[in-house]
Design a protein around this ligand. Structure first.
Ligand SMILES: Nc1ncnc2c1ncn2[C@@H]1O[C@H](COP(=O)(O)OP(=O)(O)OP(=O)(O)O)[C@@H](O)[C@H]1O
Ligand SMILES: [Mg+2]
Length: 157
């Protein structure tokens, strides 16, 4: 998934608040049809980021990880938010059976454990989360693939 020839934008977050602040800025540039793919180990902050993103989109419902239901659509914000978590899925066929692409055009789609599926088509951005050097440090590498993502990211990063 990671395209090697394009340099990612790398950000270090020193606290949950830092991560939330970055996610807040992201929320401001989001539009219907956007696809954000989240990768990275358990506990690196994917859901934490998405919660803050949702909050700044105006989503009223509590945003938890949809691990057990795989996909949730929250419609109380500025744009509907489709939140997908592929952690429990094992292959592309299982992923295709969920049918979350139904919301591609009308919502912002955020996908945790996106590397479980090989079929995502650009334009999208990938946000890869890693642990940092201390307990509350996280590092995110942001890689855009297609569309006008680079231009939009320039406005907030
Ligand atoms: N800088 C930080 N950014 C985000 N989370 C942090 C940070 N520092 C500490 N944390 C903690 O790390 C945990 C991140 O959990 P979170 O559920 O967001 O991870 P996740 O990547 O979604 O995991 P999973 O793969 O299980 O879904 C939380 O307990 C959060 O409080
Ligand atoms: Mg999560």
């Amino acid at each position: 998934m990671l395209t090697e020839d394009i340099k990612p934008i790398v950000k270090t977050m020193n606290s949950v608040e830092d991560t939330a602040a970055l996610a807040y800025r992201f929320a401001e540039i989001l539009e219907k049809g956007d696809i954000l793919l989240f990768t990275g180990e358990i506990g690196t902050g994917k859901t934490t980021f998405i919660q803050a993103l949702a909050k700044n989109l105006g989503v009223k419902e509590l945003v938890t990880s949809p691990t057990f239901v795989i996909q949730t659509l929250r419609e109380s914000g500025r744009i509907p938010l489709s939140h997908v978590d592929l952690y429990r899925l094992n292959n592309d066929d299982e992923v295709e059976n969920i049918g979350f692409e139904e919301y591609y055009d009308t919502a912002v789609t955020v996908v945790e454990w996106a590397d479980r599926y090989s079929g995502f088509e650009p334009p999208y951005i990938e946000l890869h989360f890693e642990y940092g050097l201390h307990e509350n440090e996280r590092i995110v590498s942001i890689l855009s693939n297609g569309g006008d993502w680079n231009k939009r990211l320039n406005n907030i990063l």
